[in-house]
Every structure is written in C-alpha cells, then in structure tokens.
Design a binder for this molecule. Structure first.
Ligand SMILES: Cc1cc2nc3c(=O)[nH]c(=O)nc-3n(C[C@H](O)[C@H](O)[C@H](O)COP(=O)(O)O)c2cc1C
Length: 176
C-alpha cells in the first residue's frame, strides 16, 4: 500500500506563486502519489469508483489548496460531494476510510493576524476549518495538524523559501 496521497486542488496553477513553490519541494517516492484534480478532471466530472479506489490504496490523504471564500476550492468541494458517498465513506456500511489520516495544506491570501478576533477575518483558521475537520470525523479519518502558508499574496521570497523547506519536512514526516 502506498502511504501518502496528495490531492492538489488549485484552479489556476499557471498563475500560482506560493503553491507552485511548495510543489517544487515534493518528494519522489514509491510511497507518495501526487494527484492534481484540476488537471485530471477538466470537465468537472469524476470517475467515482476510481477516485474511491485511489483513496483505499493510501493510508494518508493530504488535501492542498488555496483558501477560497474560507473553504476549499470548487472542484475539491465537488469531489467531497461526489466521492465521499454513503455506503463508502459514511453510513453503517461506509467504513472504507476509517483510520486513515486527513491533512490539509492551505495557503491564504490574508495574513495570520487577520485570522483572529481583532483581525478583519474575525474567526481563527481552526474555527473556519471546522467543517473540514467534522467531515474527517464523520468519515472516520484522523484529522492532522494543517500546514499553513498565510499572507500568500505578499509573502517575501525568503519567507516563502523557508516555508517551502518546512513543507518538504511536513510531507517527508508523513512518509516516515
Ligand atoms: C476566488 C478566490 C477566493 C479567495 N478567498 C480567500 C479567502 O477566503 N481567504 C484568504 O485568505 N484568501 C483568499 N483568496 C486568496 C488566495 O487564497 C491566495 O491567492 C492563494 O492562497 C495564493 O496562493 P497561490 O500563489 O498558490 O495562488 C482567494 C482568492 C480567490 C481567487
């Protein structure tokens, strides 16, 4: 069984600075699979059986996306709707994902200071991620500490380089 599946969901990688920089640090390993859902599903249609098969084959799933309206990007939202079906991911027979680890790598345009009571986003990232965290709970997956790159719109190159190395370590640790 391969260990880590990274489901990457950026709608416009060509114009990405931060996610593009992170991807350059991804490991090459037989235990690591990178899956770009926007590139592979241009018509917004999923082969649900093969998506589910892919999940079954991995112990850990990492979802990587830029924060869009305080949530995942649209195709990833659709992926949750279509792939995490009753009888597969939830319900009395839906135990296929139980015990697998659920991680998020998220870039936010807003800086960390904005995500607090005194900031313009008021809510913390932990609060805003509750729907995803509860999704993980419902489907029996184990929520992991997310990896965040905040202030992505104006991050200095030096800081981005530092974050990219931290990201490499974050993914590498999952591979063991
Ligand atoms: C449609 C849209 C919605 C966005 N919503 C948010 C948001 O809710 N919070 C936030 O901090 N940034 C938001 N952003 C900014 C993106 O998160 C930011 O551009 C991205 O993380 C930068 O990463 P990249 O360089 O890889 O594209 C949004 C951007 C777009 C295009």
């Amino acid at each position: 069984m391969s260990k880590v599946l990274l489901i990457f969901a950026h709608p416009n990688l060509e114009s990405s600075r931060v996610n593009a920089a992170l991807l350059k640090k991804l490991p090459v390993s037989e235990n690591f699979v990178f899956y770009d859902i926007y590139r592979k599903n241009k018509n917004y249609k999923f082969d649900v059986a093969s998506e589910q098969e892919l999940l079954i084959k991995h112990e850990q799933v990492v979802f990587q996306f830029p924060f869009h309206w305080y949530s995942a990007t649209p195709l990833l939202r659709l992926w949750f709707d279509e792939v995490l079906t009753h009888g597969f991911a939830y319900g009395s027979e839906g135990k296929a994902l139980h015990g697998k680890k659920f991680s998020c790598v998220i870039t936010t345009g807003g800086p960390a200071e904005a995500y607090q009571r005194s900031g313009y986003n008021y809510y913390t990232i932990e609060e805003l991620l509750m729907p995803l965290r509860q999704t993980a709970n419902l489907i029996g997956m184990i929520w992991q500490e997310p990896f965040l790159v905040q202030g992505a719109l104006s991050i200095a190159q030096e800081e981005l380089d530092k974050k990219s190395f931290e990201y490499r370590d974050y993914i590498q640790k999952k591979l063991g």
